[in-house]
Design a protein around this ligand. Sequence first.
Ligand code: AMP
Length: 132
Amino acid sequence: MSSIFTKIISGEIPSYKIAEDEKHYAFLDINPAAKGHTLCIPKREVDYFFDLKPNEIGELTKFSQKVARAIDRSLKPIRTGVIVEGMEVPHAHIHLIPIYKETQAFSLGKKVEVTEDGMRKLAQQIRQKVEL
Ligand code: AMP
């Protein structure tokens, strides 16, 4: 059975899309730890991040860097943090979480409320700054 993220890539499940290339897809996390929390995934469905091939980890990291730069340019956090966890969705992914304050809790356990309209606007803001 396809992962929920594979269904997002195919469009079967909607997402707040940020960017896409031949091998990767980026979209807003539906339950964000901070405004603009974005997930970057390989299109090839692999559960455990470290089961990706070394070159796939490299390519996914490069893709994520471009998306992080777009978050930096659009939302202007102090910097964008990175988490790889993968305990919930069995499809490797990199969390990009903007850090707006030095005191901000940096954890997937912390969530912020964002309206649907807010999510749409955040996705649009970031998308406009993506340079792949
Ligand atoms: P984890 O597997 O623990 O690294 O986290 C999986 C992440 O995927 C969580 O932060 C969820 O909020 C997020 N997530 C789950 N389903 C969706 C979805 N349909 N669209 C966007 N993000 C999702």
